[in-house]
Ligand binder design. Structure first.
Ligand SMILES: Cc1cc2nc3c(=O)[nH]c(=O)nc-3n(C[C@H](O)[C@H](O)[C@H](O)COP(=O)(O)OP(=O)(O)OC[C@H]3O[C@@H](n4cnc5c(N)ncnc54)[C@H](O)[C@@H]3O)c2cc1C
Length: 492
């Protein structure tokens, strides 16, 4: 039986493992941390259950497509609830827009803010739905190895409609004038790790995902998704080794690969490396086997890092919904401090998730579970004093909005930032979400999934195609697995 190794047990590694094991290969996953799941891990403290990374479950069809490959549905593993409101945005003067799950209510909300906006939103969504159909059901499953992949009947016919070369920011402004509606429409593309003006208008497919399909939550948290992927992989025979980091990757003759782990040497017929692409190349491979130079990585636009706080509060916090975006300060200034002139933000925007509003299992009775995220430039100096300074700023704004004394009721708090992303995930500059989906870093212009020097060696995860986020990472694992299987079975 041919053997395949997977480096990393994030969602892309788990996705790749399931696909390859189901084709009859002997699959082994090596994970440096004690827990499986990568950025989708969870931890428990003082009766609270914290999701460490993702909190927005968008594009449920991508998850279902993965499960259906193995004869399952998500409901075989977890209960998925649709949030209503999907999220709320808090603007200055504490004005709030709650985004309803219902389409007709959303149209009414747009019309209330700008005459004629309901009709425009309908038109916008017809285009966004088309891009979603072509982009998510077709293009993102391409390996990005040849430009020919992108040239098919759908893309040629629809090249103009797909709007790959125009900016998202301009696109939105041709439809809407109201600043609040514009920021609401621009928010979904922030998931792609770049500014709306640098993001192709193709990505209005994210508006279809976030505003039309809606925002979901897996009861019990994102670990339920990780557990489902692990179960499928294990049922197909995958073996998992935790606390076993890979220290080097070598070519072993013409057709084999040798890994040195923290405890042994392993010889394999195929490899998918899903850890941070830069770490794999610059730390695990000899120079002559790397796809890219350090200069290449320095020239890339990385998605932000972030400062996170996991907080347990011993009372209920009023006015919060499950997802809360504090857009009550100048967005352009904060983004300038992330992308153009990297520095700690002078007046930050932030996001608060309060999953205990939906899920009783994540906090003790009568208490609240808060996850606070403030995006920052990757690579910033990170220390306890800076973290504390921002904690105070954010808590003050949160207390003002909610009218609740939070600080004096905190029973648990933990911060997480650049240094933790580096030590936990070997993340380049402590990036949180990989590479930004800018025009120059989309599809075939992303770091390649195939190693050019070692046969049967592929990369997957948020730094390669199709990009950052849980659904793209699920796709990435499948795409790399499909290519490796073709190569190992001699199809190409
Ligand atoms: C704070 C935060 C919030 C987010 N919010 C959302 C959200 O709401 N919705 C959404 O869709 N996406 C969100 N994302 C993005 C999403 O979580 C990621 O894009 C996705 O989980 C990445 O999966 P991955 O498999 O590529 O990488 P990872 O999950 O990072 O997995 C890589 C694994 O490789 C391991 N590893 C590293 N080096 C080695 C080594 N030498 N040997 C062995 N193992 C190694 C790491 O420990 C890790 O487990 C968020 C991310 C973060 C950090």
């Amino acid at each position: 039986m041919k053997t395949v190794g997977i480096i990393g047990s994030g969602i892309s590694g788990l996705s790749a493992a399931a696909v390859i094991a189901s084709e009859g290969y002997k699959v082994t996953v090596f994970e440096k941390n004690q827990q499986l799941g990568g950025r989708m891990r969870q931890f428990e403290a003082e009766g609270f259950v914290f999701d460490m990374g993702p909190s927005w479950y968008w594009m449920p069809d991508v998850f279902e497509r993965f499960f259906s490959r193995f004869g399952y549905k998500s409901s075989d593993f977890y209960e998925l609830v649709k949030l209503d409101p999907g999220f709320q945005v808090i603007y200055d003067n504490e004005e709030v827009i709650k985004v309803p799950a219902d389409w007709d209510e959303l149209l009414e909300l747009f019309e209330k803010h700008e005459a004629g906006a309901a009709h425009k939103l309908k038109k916008f969504m017809i285009e966004a739905a088309y891009k979603y159909e072509v982009g998510v059901n077709n293009l993102i499953y391409k390996p990005g190895l040849s430009i020919k992949e992108l040239i098919n009947a759908d893309t040629i016919k629809g090249a103009f409609r797909l709007q790959i070369f125009s900016s998202f920011s301009k696109h939105v402004r041709t439809y809407f004038k109201n600043e609040k509606l514009i920021s609401l429409m621009e928010f979904p593309v922030l998931f792609l790790g770049a500014m709306p003006q640098n993001t192709p208008a193709l990505y209005s497919l994210m508006n279809y995902a976030g505003l039309k399909q809606g925002t979901f939550y897996p009861m019990g948290g994102f670990k339920k998704v990780v557990d489902a992927f692990i179960k499928i992989s294990k049922d197909k025979g995958t073996e998992f080794f935790t606390s076993e980091a890979i220290e080097s990757i070598h070519k072993n003759g013409a057709s084999q690969i040798q890994l040195t782990t923290t405890s042994r040497k392993v010889t394999l017929d195929g490899l998918i490396a899903t850890a941070d692409y830069n770490h794999i190349e610059s730390k695990l491979l000899q120079k002559e086997h790397r796809n890219y130079s350090e200069k290449y990585w320095k020239s890339k636009v990385f998605a932000p890092s972030c400062l996170l706080f996991y907080i347990g509060v011993k009372q209920k916090v009023n006015k919060l919904e499950h997802h809360n975006l504090f857009f009550d300060t100048d967005f352009s200034k904060h983004s300038h401090e992330i992308y153009t002139d990297p520095q700690w933000p002078s007046n930050p925007l932030f996001y608060v998730c309060c999953p205990s509003k939906t899920d009783k299992s994540v906090a003790p009775e009568g208490m609240e579970n808060l996850f606070v995220l403030m995006p920052i430039a990757p690579g910033l100096e990170d220390n306890g004093n800076i973290r504390h300074e921002f904690f105070t700023v954010i808590m003050r704004r949160l207390e003002k909005f909610t009218g609740t004394d939070i600080i004096n009721n905190i029973v648990y708090t933990k911060s997480y930032c650049v240094k933790d992303f580096i030590s936990d995930y070997n993340s380049y500059k402590g990036n949180a979400y990989g590479l930004a989906n800018t025009l120059n870093q989309t599809a075939n212009l992303k770091p390649k999934i195939k190693n050019r020097h070692i046969n049967n060696f592929y990369y997957a995860g948020q730094l390669t195609v199709p990009g950052p986020g849980v659904p793209p990472s699920i796709v990435s694992g499948q795409v790399a697995a499909n290519e490796l299987i073709k190569s190992l079975s001699g199809v190409k």
